[in-house]
Each structure stands twice: as structure tokens, then as C-alpha cells.
Design a protein around this ligand. Structure first.
Ligand code: MRU
Length: 375
């Protein structure tokens, strides 16, 4: 997608495969800064500290992290250590384990002498695959927006989204945003309600920024406003992303997604989840019982960064010094609240049978990797 008119991806190899470049998402929307990552430790740090974030991009960063590790020392022991380091960086998005498993399957079949070059090539293939998956999600989601536009006889289609499931969360296009960008590009009148998404404000700082860069009309709302807008007929459809969807169609996504799904259900608003297949974990069924939910630092609740009058990014406190804060980063939306999954293979009902029929090769097969100690 474009930044100030110039095409960018969120991650790319640089320096003759000696490093990778990322956009530091902790600086957006105030500063557009590109960082160089030279080692697997730096890649793990970038994931943990959310310089890169979003399920698909976390996976691609881990893939490049393993490539960097193989460049440094292509032994099995180093591959195992690097895999464990990356897998521990964030627990919820299954794409991280999926990408590690894919890289390991590829690299372990090769002699160490071939692993450095092959690692970068395979990480690049995973990145390209992500772009293709998002484009396919866009193509399959676009008719949903076209249909809403036709129902409204060309009046503006209002779409609500939560967190950032945009191109910044992937390599390009985004998942939830791909149909939005495609519909906007073909001239459909649309407008996006952007949930600010406390505590880290991925909606207010990232989704709003990238929609603005592409010229998509949007309005930032506080997280609690979605239900009110739905009651007043101001939302035609909801499209969100997912960090891990179970085989039965339960959706783990950014905290607050569940409440949007409840409000959508109560108001008869279609609630779609854009789900590339690497975000589907066919090894688990029950989202509430089985998805590991990340808890992050309470400081993300008690403090907030922003652009100060000085022109610098500064962090200020929000809450009484003695008050505790608890920071769950994700929640589960049960399949019964999901109208459908927009996948690379089409729009699929939120049920075990429909998911199994669409992805028969994945059924009953784990595609993720866990550190041996965690097994
Ligand atoms: O904590 P984050 O910013 O990594 O959470 C991101 C989300 O919850 C996204 O909605 C999800 O990863 C889907 S991204 C296409």
C-alpha cells in the first residue's frame, strides 16, 4: 500500500539478505520510521514490543528471524534455540507457530550449508503467500460490500472494524481491510468506523493512519460507541480480523471484539471475520478453553503515549498511582455470533463442517510448532 504516494510493504529483506527492514509501528501515526533487524534476537524483540504486530505480520517476521538465525549459525541446535525464542515472543496469534513450523519443515530437510540462502527464500515465499491470501480475501469480501451498496442504492456503506487488521498487520493489503480497499478503489461509496481499540489504540493510530494514506473516508470512535451506532442503523456490516480461529469457528481477536459481535447480533448487523487459513488452528475446538490469551503490561492501561506540544512523542500517566490494572489483550467471539469467514477460498459459514469442507487438507493436522518444553 502507499505511504505519501510511495508503495511500501511492512517488511522486506535488505542489505543482500544481511538484514530485514520493518516499519516501527510503535512510532505511528506520528513518525514513519524504518528499522533494520539483523539478528533473531532483534526479530523476537520487535514482535514482543509490537514494533511489528498483527497475526500475519508476526508470522512473517518470525520466518525472517529464523532466516537471520540460519545466516548466523545454521545448526539444528541454533534452529531449535531460535524457534523457541521467537515462539515465546507472543502467545496468542497462531500464525507465529505456523510460520515457525513451516520454516522448520523446510530447513531441517536441508544440510546446514544450504540453510542460510534457503531460509531467506522460504521466508520470502511466506511473505508472498501472505500478500496472495490477503488479495484473495479482498476479492471474496468485495461482493459483500457491493451487495450492501446495492441494498442502499449507492448510498455510503458504513463498515465498522476493530483493532488493526489492515496492511500494517500483514505484509500488504490487510485482511479485514482488503475488501474495503478494493471496494473503495472501484468507486463504491463507503465509510469506515474505526474503533480506537484501547489500550494500545491500534485502531486510532494504525487503522486510521493507513486508511487516511489510501484516501478511505473514516471516523475514529471510542470502543464503547459501536453498539450505539448499530442501534441507530449507522453500521451496515462489521469486518474484523482474527489472531486464532478454532476448527469449530470460535474467533480469538483483539480484546473488545466479542462485545462488538454481541452488539451486531442484537441489532441484526452482519459480523464477518477476515481469516486467512494460517490464522485457523485446526488442532483446537473450544476458543474459550483452549486459546492462550496474552496478558500484557498494566502500563499499557495506566499510561498513554502521544504527540506532545513539543513535537516529541511522550508518555503520560492516566490513572491513580495506587490502582491496579489488568491487561487482557484478546477475547473470544463464539462461532454462533459470526455471520461468516472471509477466507482465501471464499466466504464460509462459521461452523466446524463448513471450515472442514473448505480446508480438508488441514483437518486433524496440527500445523504449528511448540517448544519441546511446552509440550
Ligand atoms: O495485539 P495486536 O495488535 O497484534 O492485535 C492484532 C489483532 O488483533 C488483529 O485484529 C489480528 O491480528 C488480525 S490482523 C490481520
Amino acid at each position: 500500500m502507499r505511504v505519501a504516494g510511495k508503495a511500501f510493504r511492512t517488511i522486506w529483506p535488505a542489505g543482500g539478505d544481511a538484514s530485514i527492514h520493518i516499519i516501527d509501528q510503535t512510532r505511528l501515526p506520528h513518525e514513519f520510521e524504518i528499522l533494520s533487524i539483523h539478528t533473531v534476537s532483534e526479530a523476537a524483540h520487535a514482535i514482543k514490543e509490537m514494533q511489528v504486530r498483527g497475526a500475519p505480520l508476526i508470522g512473517v517476521t518470525a520466518a525472517y528471524g529464523l532466516a537471520l538465525a540460519m545466516r548466523a549459525e545454521p545448526s539444528d541446535a541454533n534452529l531449535n534455540a531460535a524457534s523457541a525464542l521467537l515462539a515465546a515472543a507472543r502467545p496468542t496469534a497462531v500464525n507465529l507457530q505456523w510460520a515457525i513450523a513451516s520454516m522448520r519443515g523446510h530447513l531441517l530437510a536441508l544440510p546446514p550449508s544450504e540453510r542460510a540462502g534457503a531460509g531467506f527464500a522460504h521466508a520470502g515465499a511466506i511473505a508472498e503467500q501472505d500478500v496472495g491470501l490477503c488479495q484473495a480475501i479482498g476479492a471474496h469480501g468485495l461482493p459483500l460490500i457491493r451487495a450492501a451498496s446495492a441494498r442502499k442504492q449507492g448510498r455510503t456503506v458504513d463498515i465498522l472494524t476493530h483493532c488493526n487488521a489492515g496492511w500494517l498487520a500483514t505484509v500488504d493489503w490487510g485482511t479485514a481491510t482488503a475488501p474495503i480497499y478494493m471496494a473503495h478503489d472501484e468507486g463504491i461509496a463507503l465509510h469506515v468506523w474505526v474503533d480506537e481499540t484501547r489500550p494500545r489504540n491500534q485502531g486510532a493510530s494504525l487503522t486510521a493512519w493507513e486508511l487516511g494514506q489510501h484516501g478511505v473516508p473514516h471516523t475514529i470512535i471510542v470502543d464503547n460507541a459501536g453498539g450505539h451506532l448499530m442501534q441507530h442503523g449507522e453500521v451496515d456490516l462489521v469486518i474484523v480480523g482474527t489472531d486464532r480461529t478454532t476448527a469449530s469457528g470460535d474467533v480469538c481477536n483483539k480484546i473488545g471484539t466479542y462485545l462488538k459481535a454481541l452488539a451486531a447480533h442484537d441489532n441484526g448487523v452482519p459480523f464477518y471475520v477476515a481469516a486467512p487459513s494460517p490464522s485457523i488452528d485446526f488442532s483446537i475446538q473450544d476458543g474459550i478453553a483452549e486459546v492462550p490469551i496474552e496478558t500484557r503490561s498494566p502500563k499499557e492501561i495506566t499510561h498513554i503515549p502521544g504527540l506532545a506540544a513539543s513535537g516529541r512523542i511522550e508518555t503520560v500517566g492516566l490513572t491513580p498511582a495506587g490502582s491496579a490494572a489488568l491487561n487482557y489483550a484478546f477475547d473470544i467471539t463464539p462461532a454462533r455470533l459470526v455471520t461468516g469467514f472471509i477466507t482465501e477460498r471464499g466466504v464460509i459459514a462459521a461452523s466446524r463442517d463448513a471450515l472442514a469442507k473448505a480446508f480438508p487438507e488441514r483437518v486433524g493436522k496440527g500445523s504449528s510448532w511448540k517448544t519441546p518444553a511446552a509440550e
